[in-house]
Design a binder for this molecule. Sequence first.
Ligand SMILES: Nc1ncnc2c1ncn2[C@@H]1O[C@H](COP(=O)(O)OP(=O)(O)OP(=O)(O)O)[C@@H](O)[C@H]1O
Ligand SMILES: [Mg+2]
Length: 303
Amino acid sequence: MLVLDGVSHTYSNGTKALVDASLSLAPGMFGLLGPNGAGKSTLMRCVTGLQVPTSGSIRFNDIDVIANPEKLRAVLGYLPQDFGVYPRVSAYELLDHLAVLKGVTERGPRRDMVEGLLQQVNLWEVRKKAVAGFSGGMRQRFGIAQALIASPQLIIVDEPTAGLDPEERNRFNDLLSDVSSSVVVILSTHIVDDVVDLCSRMAIIVGGRIVQQGSPHDLLGLLAGRVWRSTIAKSELEDMTRAGINVISTRLRGGRTEVHVLSETQPPGTFEPLAPNLEDVYFATLTSERQHRSVGAASKSVA
Ligand SMILES: Nc1ncnc2c1ncn2[C@@H]1O[C@H](COP(=O)(O)OP(=O)(O)OP(=O)(O)O)[C@@H](O)[C@H]1O
Ligand SMILES: [Mg+2]
């Protein structure tokens, strides 16, 4: 069980990247969904023990992560958002080296482990090639291999599928879901489908705050009967927002604009009810947070 309690982080330049985050995570895959700059990587770095939060506590089972980050590291697999510079050494050599650093010092078991991981992530055929020459997808699969060294109990992967083509993305997600049954996996993403496909629990983070959490099913329930769809000309959109209609998302479809609206009752015009999907939950949350914040900013400027 991973438990964050009131975790805040303010960078030295004053950016409040994380504000009073509290979460409890049981084994299984947990999706952390949020836009660019929301604080996902900051939260994840705090959980890895690599960054000490300004305040709050983080525990993983009986480990106090802030007091004993080295204890956490022994059971942690981490794939950072920027997995750094790739040396011109082969996949096999690099993985073997990383395994030594992780404390797998005995040769025989290490060889078995490294070979097993390279097969698991489907890099066995290219194990003698330099990681520096790998494609984006191959690098991410190498990244997950290194995160799986020595059977970690907590796996943190920061936007692992960004930049992968659909086939690589599926392959990566399959790999991750295979390992997630008995360990805590935290996956950050701004791709809603990754969460739909993989996660039994999730949180939405905006502006450093966790604004929603629960199972995707629970969060969908919050919107039941309140999402409406219409297809309009782009020029009508402005009238719609001026009329106070709460547009949560717009998308071009065959040159027309499909709008999704959040409303307790059927909005005026040609709207039809829509079974919400997780993208509606995400956009409705972002819209409501942005409205709150602009109201907050406006009242502050008045005061
Ligand atoms: N080292 C740093 N110093 C100062 N500010 C930082 C630092 N790292 C991140 N920030 C700021 O903290 C906020 C949260 O950043 P963070 O990288 O955690 O977001 P994120 O959700 O991971 O975004 P992305 O999806 O773009 O990766 C942003 O406003 C960012 O500019
Ligand atoms: Mg990030």
